[in-house]
Design a protein around this ligand. Structure first.
Ligand code: LUB
Length: 223
């Protein structure tokens, strides 16, 4: 009989348990990211993360075998968060240059507000201390920016002699350096101002018409 067997009851118990485990794991990851971004990988212990998360060390170990696993999970989650951001901008179907600028704007905002994004960047600079396989940094982002820049060049929005690959390398290096300097000197409080300067300086040389300030929803016009 459908109702009297153990099966439905077991399902009823199992679902919320899995959901709770998923939430606990996400909570640990978020807490670890906050600790890593504030203090760096080396000085944060698994016990520190457990204390911060208001969990026992055993509860943390249940989800992550060691600190290396937690560090690696934060870095992987950092990269997982770029794709939805890019997809969201692409869904607006804007012209290529505006798409590229919006993606960079959104990345800058994420560096201001998302501890997982912040921690992922910091952990990549500390990657020699983390005994785990971490994704190669910068290359995926460089490829995306190069593609978008090349499309903007083909659309006549960037100067015809723009080297999209070289431009992308410069953008990634400058952007990464900018967020790092902002972190070290101002705990990222001045990141959007630094980003606006960087955007202006980098794009001034390659655009046909100068873009206006970040986050302006109007058309991109001559400055
Ligand atoms: C991006 C980080 C931090 C580059 O692509 C990457 O590997 C990145 C990880 O270190 O931001 C941002 C231009």
């Amino acid at each position: 009989m459908q109702f009297s067997d153990r099966k439905p009851a077991r399902q009823f118990v199992k679902e919320p348990k899995q959901e709770r485990a998923r939430r606990t794991k996400a909570h640990i990851l978020q807490t670890a990211a906050e600790a890593f971004t504030q203090h760096g990988y080396a000085v944060v212990s698994l016990q520190d993360i457990a204390d911060r998360a208001l969990l026992t060390k055993g509860a943390v170990y249940f989800h992550f075998t060691n600190k290396e696993a937690l560090g690696a999970a934060v870095v992987h989650e950092h990269y997982a968060r770029w794709q939805p951001l890019v997809d969201e901008v692409r869904s607006l179907a804007l012209p290529p240059l505006e798409t590229l600028l919006r993606v960079l704007d959104r990345m800058a905002e994420a560096f201001c507000s998302d501890p997982v994004i912040q921690a992922g960047a910091r952990l990549q600079t500390e990657r020699s201390l983390i005994r785990a396989n971490l994704p190669t940094p910068y290359v995926g982002c460089r490829k995306l920016i190069a593609e978008l820049a090349e499309r903007a060049r083909e659309a006549g929005e960037l100067k015809p002699d723009t080297d999209a690959e070289a431009f992308a390398r410069v953008v990634v290096s400058a952007f990464f350096g900018m967020q790092h300097v902002s972190d070290v000197l101002a705990r990222r409080n001045d990141l959007m101002e630094r980003y606006a300067e960087l955007r202006e300086a980098l794009f001034r040389g390659v655009v046909v018409r100068l873009p206006i300030a970040p986050r302006d929803d109007g058309p991109i016009t001559v400055g």
